[in-house]
Design a protein around this ligand. Structure first.
Ligand code: SAM
Length: 350
């Protein structure tokens, strides 16, 4: 059951029973942490990065031990869902050491879910290990099933590796959800094909509006396609039934009667979903962003490194959560073409 702000009653009860629970000024319990474990990626998706990205010096990154300590501090404060992302999380050296270490919180029951968002390129190698470490679900980003288009969108990616990765994930028993960014004139004619393919394999599909995050080599206006248009087109072909299903993330789901599968919409531009926001994000350098669409941030690396005790870290987290804004205000239109946030999605973690 969901409360007015979308946080489940169980989550709020659990948060209420934890004296150190993270509750923001709008009464939203922070129960979901997304951690970007690296800013590096083996793809260069045109809407995400420019082709020649400058990546952070390795020395700036939190070590795997520091990432573990940071995640554990949030879990102690009531975070029950943790998603590792990036960059590409599976290109971070030693990533499985971190995953295996974090899985102790699944075993203790403090963490309900440890999930991953990946481009799928390395899944063939890691799927079985992820499952063995307690990961149950992976989100795989895939915008097209056309190999040439895939190469054009990702610049460096090979579709066949991602499809093999998805096969491996399903064979290992992981639940796979496909995330596709809707791109004007690129994959807008393919959404029903993606939907039939995903649902045919027992996978949910979520479509996402492109967000104005970071400078890229082309105009956002050329890429942006409101999902209201996609939804209206799909509704001509399928019966879309609104359902209550929620994963703790921002997607709103419908059931597609003809396929029996679920279709999610993430619409940060056409429908702001902030009232139910239960999330914060930490970058691979330990910067805490209280909102994907705002610049305010808190440095957690300094208190983390200042002392072996977590006291200063917790005090910094508390202070930051009190500054969590009510919401974001992404805009993509002709007047706001230059009002992009300076960070790329690969920095904050998508
Ligand atoms: N490398 C992993 C992956 O591909 O899923 C995780 C990081 S990636 C930044 C996470 C998600 O953000 C992907 O689904 C990607 O398509 C999406 N993304 C990146 N830039 C975006 C943008 N500007 N607007 C909307 N989605 C974006």
């Amino acid at each position: 059951m969901a409360s007015a702000n979308g946080t489940s009653t169980i989550e709020l009860e659990r948060a209420g029973s934890n004296p150190g629970a993270l509750i923001d000024p709008f009464g939203r319990a922070i129960t979901y942490l997304r951690v970007s474990v690296t800013d590096r990626c083996d793809f260069r998706c045109v809407y995400c990065m420019s082709e020649h990205m400058a990546f952070l010096p390795k020395a700036d990154l939190l070590s795997l031990e520091e990432l573990d300590r940071l995640c554990s501090a949030f879990i102690a404060r009531g975070v029950t869902k943790l998603r590792l992302t990036g960059g590409e999380p599976l290109v971070r050296r030693g990533i499985m050491t971190l995953v295996r270490s974090l899985s102790r919180h699944l075993a203790s029951g403090a963490l309900k879910e440890l999930a991953l968002t990946t481009n799928g390129s390395q899944l063939q190698r890691y799927a079985a290990e992820l499952k063995a470490a307690g990961v149950e679900r992976v989100n795989v980003s895939l915008d097209t099933l056309d190999a040439d288009k895939f190469r054009a969108i990702t610049r460096w990616g090979e579709l066949k590796n991602v499809l093999a990765g998805i096969d491996a994930a399903q064979a290992a028993g992981l639940r796979v959800k496909i995330n596709a960014v809707a791109l004007k004139g690129v994959n807008e004619d393919e959404i029903s094909g993606l939907l039939e393919w995903a649902h045919g394999r027992g996978m949910d599909l979520t479509v996402i509006e492109v967000m104005p995050l970071g400078d890229i080599d082309e105009s956002r206006l050329d890429q942006y396609l409101p999902l209201s248009i996609i939804r209206a087109r799909l509704a001509e072909q399928y019966t879309l039934e609104d359902i209550d299903y929620r994963t703790g993330g921002p997607a709103r789901y419908v059931r597609v009667k003809e396929t029996g599968g679920r279709l999610g919409f993430i619409t940060p531009l056409t429908h702001n979903f902030c009232e139910s926001c239960n999330r914060v994000r930490v970058t691979c350098t330990g910067t805490l962003y209280m909102c994907l669409g705002q610049n305010d941030a808190a440095d957690l690396r300094t208190p983390l490194r200042a002392s072996e005790s977590d006291d200063r870290l917790h005090a910094t987290i508390d202070e930051a959560i009190m500054r969590k804004p009510k919401g974001h205000d992404f805009v993509i239109d002709r007047r706001h073409q230059n009002s992009t946030l300076p960070r790329h999605m690969s920095t904050t973690g998508g």
